[in-house]
Design a protein around this ligand. Structure first.
Ligand code: ADP
Ligand code: MG
Length: 275
């Protein structure tokens, strides 16, 4: 088949830490893989290696080895459940936005070996509004903000979206409500946030879905298994399956130019404009 293939790049962010970014990145990846999609998770959080835990895999090398030129991206990738691939993170990720042209070219070259074999690259970001996070978000095609139903998570999500819209002129922003008691509660949380955004920022954010609070999430991590396999019929598993279907519809309609190379080129181009 010589259909032009383009990888959809999704950035997962939040205002506050500990709201479920890594949980969503990993379980959305596995749920997309269960739908037959080829998925890679890029752990761009700083040095926590949480994505490895959430996917139940162990990496010998990480992105610092790519940045130092010791390994190619291909060589550090580890395979997780259902063929989900993981690019393990490192604290060196911060440097991504300030690499030299030669360094960037090497990494782009390294990533381009993967292009064509991938439907989704899911980037698990650090919390907050740092330049690095915004640079990564600017390079993604879709931006998912995770929000929990507590006042500080809501306030921080709003602050993050404000900076994204006003300072960085980003669009394609969607909210995922996490740790909710019910789907309806997730809808209400979204309604509250979106009305404030419309009123004060004049922007639009979509609601992608709700993940319910589920003790199986933590238990599956302890068992080093993805939720989907550990507890196939639990509430959060069903929510992730629904979320994955919604994501495939969203990305099928996406008319935005994309691809892995595009992502990396934008990532490296932005360091001069954002400081
Ligand atoms: N839907 C959920 N139900 C129950 N626990 C959850 C859920 N989502 C996340 N958690 C738990 O919350 C904690 C923080 O989640 P994590 O994904 O690491 O957050 P972040 O990446 O935003 O810092 C973890 O212990 C995780 O297991
Ligand atoms: Mg995390």
């Amino acid at each position: 088949m010589n259909k032009v293939h383009s990888t959809q790049v999704i950035g997962i962010a939040s205002g506050k830490g500990g709201v479920g970014k890594t949980t969503v990145a990993a379980n959305l990846a596995v749920s997309l893989a269960a739908l037959g999609k080829r998925v890679m998770v890029f752990d761009a959080d700083l040095g926590l290696a949480n994505a490895q835990l959430a996917l139940g895999c162990r990496a010998k090398y990480n992105f610092s080895h790519v940045l130092s030129g010791k390994k190619t991206v291909q060589e550090i990738i580890v395979e997780g459940p259902l063929g989900v691939q993981l690019v393990p993170g490192s604290s060196g990720i911060q440097r991504m936005a300030s690499l030299s042209v030669v360094e960037t070219a090497g990494i782009i070259q390294s990533f381009s070996e993967i292009e064509g074999n991938l439907d989704y690259l899911i980037v698990d970001l650090a919390a907050g509004l740092s330049d690095t996070v915004m640079t990564f978000l600017g390079a993604c095609q879709h931006r998912f903000i995770i929000v929990k139903d507590d006042p500080s998570s809501i306030a921080d999500a709003y602050a993050t979206i404000k900076v994204m819209i006003q300072d960085y002129k980003l669009d394609n922003i969607s909210i995922i409500s996490n740790c909710m008691n019910s789907q309806a509660a997730g809808d209400r949380l979204y309604q509250g946030i979106t009305s404030v955004i419309q009123r004060f920022l004049g922007g639009q954010v979509a609601h992608l879905g709700t993940i319910r609070e589920d003790e199986m999430v933590l238990r599956s991590i302890k068992a080093s298994k993805p939720l989907l396999q550990f507890s196939p019929s639990s509430a959060a598993t069903r929510d992730f399956e629904l979320l994955a279907k919604t994501v495939t519809k969203l990305t099928a309609n996406a008319s935005i130019s994309g691809g892995l190379q595009f992502f990396l080129e934008r990532l490296s181009r932005q360091d001069t404009t954002i400081k």
